[in-house]
Design a protein around this ligand. Structure first.
Ligand SMILES: [Ca+2]
Length: 84
């Protein structure tokens, strides 16, 4: 956990999630909230743009300007957010 001596500590040794394996904040992220008992939480600062195209009846194509993660709330509702 982050004792204030590291740029960040998210509790893992993975790169690409905002806090690198050597505990530095990765480009395009901000990390905060870490303390002696809790890890930092890193979020992407990337602002995405989306392009919508109606491919054919009942088929919509969504293209994003960057990597995203998605979550499905219902068969008609999908949410996307910047990866990270
Ligand atoms: Ca990490």
């Amino acid at each position: 956990m982050n004792f204030g001596l590291l740029e960040c500590d998210d509790g893992n040794i993975l790169d690409g999630d905002g806090c690198s394996a050597d505990c530095t904040v990765e480009a395009g992220y901000v990390c905060s909230g870490g303390n002696i008992t809790s890890p930092d939480v890193c979020v992407s600062t990337q602002v995405l743009t989306a392009t919508l195209s109606l491919v054919r009846a009942n088929l919509l194509l969504v293209r994003f300007s960057g990597s995203v993660v998605s979550s499905v709330n219902s068969i008609a509702e999908i949410w996307w957010s910047p990866r990270g």
